[in-house]
Write a protein of this length. Structure first.
Ligand code: HEM
Length: 345
């Protein structure tokens, strides 16, 4: 089939997957803008998308697009080098940045892939992957809900190296996308056309806007994370509490079901007049024991998740020092207040 065998077919696949990835990156930068303007709405979106089937299919499709894009890029590069030998860059005149990125596509690709690796470990692996497993993610000894996107921003951007790696990633991405668009217009064959320069300008502006926005967002996330905004904001804390409650309901649902079944069995036994009395008493006391065991599991889950919520401030790199409440500390603070009062008088 021409699409897979011919050179133009392969370039078409590159262009198509490339456009889809650019659309994804554009959607992503807009989603990040929500995290800046309205962090609690961002968490709600994370909660809604999370690990539902639509989101999982989209993520798998995205992964497939990346794989196809990379494989075809490698195949086309090898083919071009074989065909053109040392003359491979002698095409038509192109802007300096495109010329430079064209010659450094392998390095740029590796930098973008390295950034993406770090990025996916920081977010995707802790959010969507964690939600699929139905577990909480542990950070600094605190277990946190996978849908709490803003807490993951806190964890990532409170490290000094995160914005550094991201900035390098955005620069590489800018060169990569700029070159990608440029060669796409060549591949599609829009040559000597009055529209070609316009399309090239639009794509350059688009790519620049996306990368600059990403960079500005990384700055805002870094500043907020270093102010512990994401662990101290009251609206967000209420939302985290709701997420813990939701997780608690999920944990307790099978236990409550078992308790209901036991209750029913107990009632059936009470009504049963044909059963041996001793056996009946034996089973009823077993049921009572199982019931109280399940009850204490439910209580444990509640206490455990409440404790995690109370410890949320420990996620911060430099958490606010806890208020000391030993008798000596209380006496000291009373004395301090008394001193202030005397001075004011
Ligand atoms: C300031 C910059 C960025 C921030 C704060 C950010 C944040 C996030 C977050 C929170 C997620 C997890 C969403 C979830 O699993 O529910 C995510 C996923 C992802 N990000 Fe980013 N991102 C940034 C830049 C980028 C860039 C530049 C790229 C591409 C080159 C990128 C590619 C991805 C991909 C492929 C995923 C996985 C999507 C999926 O699960 O379907 N991100 N990002």
């Amino acid at each position: 089939m021409w699409l897979f065998n011919s050179s133009i077919g392969k370039k078409f696949i590159m262009a198509l997957t490339g456009i889809c990835l650019v659309l994804f990156v554009t959607f992503h930068v807009l989603m990040n803008a929500v995290a800046i303007c309205w962090p609690s709405a961002y968490n709600s979106v994370c909660q809604a998308l999370g690990a539902n089937w639509y989101a999982l299919i989209c993520s798998a499709g995205l992964g497939l697009l990346v794989v196809i894009h990379v494989i075809y890029a490698l195949v086309l590069t090898i083919q071009n080098r074989k065909a053109r030998g040392n003359d491979r860059y002698a095409v038509s005149a192109r802007p300096k940045s495109v010329e430079w990125s064209s010659q450094n596509m392998l390095v740029l690709g590796i930098v973008v892939a390295a950034f993406l690796g770090v990025h996916l470990v920081q977010f995707w692996a802790r959010m969507q992957a964690q939600e699929v497993m139905g577990s909480l993610y542990e950070a600094n000894g605190v277990e946190i809900p996978a849908a709490a996107g803003t807490l993951f921003l806190q964890i990532a951007f409170q490290n000094w190296w995160t914005p550094v790696i991201y900035m390098i990633g955005f620069v590489a991405l800018w060169f990569h996308l700029n070159h990608g668009f440029w060669s796409m217009w060549q591949s599609i064959g829009i040559n000597n056309n009055a529209w070609l320069p316009r399309w090239k300008k639009v794509s350059c502006w688009w790519v620049t806007a996306v990368c600059v926005l990403f960079a500005l967002q990384a700055v805002v996330f870094t500043v907020r994370a270093n102010q512990n905004y994401y662990v101290e904001n009251e609206t967000l804390k209420t939302q985290y509490m709701e997420m813990y409650k939701e997780h608690l309901d999920k944990l307790n649902a099978p236990l409550i079901e078992q308790m209901q079944a036991l209750q029913e069995e107990y009632q059936q036994l009470s009504k049963n007049t044909s059963m041996d009395f001793a056996a009946k008493m034996q089973r009823q006391s077993e049921i009572q024991a199982e019931f109280s065991e399940l009850n204490s599991k439910i209580e444990f889950n509640g206490a455990f998740l409440h404790e995690q919520y109370m410890k949320l401030h420990l996620i911060a790199d430099k958490p606010e020092p806890a208020v000391e409440t030993t008798p000596a500390a209380v006496e000291e603070s009373v004395e301090e207040v008394a001193d202030t009062v005397t001075v004011n008088e």
